[in-house]
Design a binder for this molecule. Sequence first.
Ligand SMILES: Cc1cc2nc3c(=O)[nH]c(=O)nc-3n(C[C@H](O)[C@H](O)[C@H](O)COP(=O)(O)OP(=O)(O)OC[C@H]3O[C@@H](n4cnc5c(N)ncnc54)[C@H](O)[C@@H]3O)c2cc1C
Length: 454
Amino acid sequence: MRVAIIGAGPAGLFLGGALAGRGHDVIAVDRDTRPPAGHWPRPGVMQFHHAHAFRPQVGRALGREWPAALDAWLARGAEPITFDVPGMGVVPAGHRSRRDTFERALRATADTVPGLTVAQGHVDGVISSAGRVRGIVVDGSPVEADLVVDASGRSGRSVDALRAPASAGGPCGMAYVDRQYRLHDGAEPGPMSNQLAWQGDFDGYQVLVFLHEQGHFSVVLVRPTADPALKDLRHQTAFEAVCRAIPGLAAWTDPERAAPVTDVLPGGPLYNTYRGQRGRDGRPCIPGLVSVGDAVATTTPIFGRGVATTFLQVQQLVALLGSVTDPGLVGEPFGDWCEATMRPWVVDHVDMDGDSVRRWEGGDVDLTRRLPSDLIMAAAERDPAIGPALGGYISMLQLPSCLDPVEPLARRVYESGWRPAFTSGPTRAELREIVAGALRESPEPAQAGRSSGT
Ligand SMILES: Cc1cc2nc3c(=O)[nH]c(=O)nc-3n(C[C@H](O)[C@H](O)[C@H](O)COP(=O)(O)OP(=O)(O)OC[C@H]3O[C@@H](n4cnc5c(N)ncnc54)[C@H](O)[C@@H]3O)c2cc1C
């Protein structure tokens, strides 16, 4: 089978590697350049240089489908870690790695796979005839295929004319800014909530530190988009002043412990979006075309789920392609599977992130509706009977509905008046003061927000 893939991000590369390994003839086309030796600009993926954590599904899927890529990732320094999950014991918890390190490993391995070509070009659209997609148009030239895969990510637009619009989600009311640092040789990490990250939940905002490989780490500040004053966190002086003012971050970013390796990287508003396989004409799939990865399910990075949901989709798609009689119609059973197993994660994030923003703006826990998953988890601190139900959700081995049986227990905790304590540090109003004060003392122009290293 000839397969043309739009996009060579994690979805396009992993799918390309898996299908070529099964003897198919695959071309993946990406508008971005291949990785150079130094800084890899990646305008096609706005989050490329931002913080990423990799769940165990990612390494597990690579190990099963594309072990050479897993070996290449480990050889580039990816660090496997474990978690002690309530009710499950010590389990693999993913890998510490920067996204750049991860994708370079996949790209380098892709170059060695017979039957897989990764080409640079812009996919302008698809070729269709007799109600079926039959190839893609790359920089004006046709490339014929038996199956076209849309792996163009959250911002891909090349098959918009055919696909029905998103059926769930949208902007979640949060935006973020982050910066990468590296620990000095021999320096210990700062405070950690688990093996992968430190999470601070403050009055009106959130802070995450993701530890990557070889001492690299990212500091991420998440704020409500409704607070425009905090846009100024993109300025280095403001970002650094805030890092000094939040005790956990002061520990991580202490110049004695670590040094920045990038500029401050402003991110945009965050989205949760689910877009199924339906066509604009109402059919359950578009013959000859299937979408995968972020092009189907986009979730905010708060729980680091995107590459895991992407790889789970790729594995399912590969399995279905091995069993359907007409690969061009694979979108229909794949769409059913995505509805059942991907949509719930997007809906879970829509509920959770929207409610976080509401509470950041001063709202109390809303007991008139199902509690969002983060509040159910937090209540385990008060009622240990909740704990054993959390493992399936945290590990993504079960769907978010696995928390339904303990939601009434969590509800009783909140009905008693208990609320999760804020992490020690400034409120958002105080944060605004710190930002404004830093810029008064040392005004600076907006930065380009570029990585200064690899
Ligand atoms: C701020 C942020 C942080 C994140 N953190 C995490 C995390 O910690 N852990 C995690 O698992 N996930 C995280 N994610 C999600 C993760 O980045 C995505 O799930 C992942 O990128 C999805 O891979 P993809 O291949 O589907 O799409 P992308 O990575 O978006 O790749 C799509 C590719 O298609 C190409 N393309 C698009 N249109 C065209 C065209 N017309 N022609 C040619 N090429 C085209 C693009 O250049 C791009 O290379 C985060 C997301 C954001 C926004």
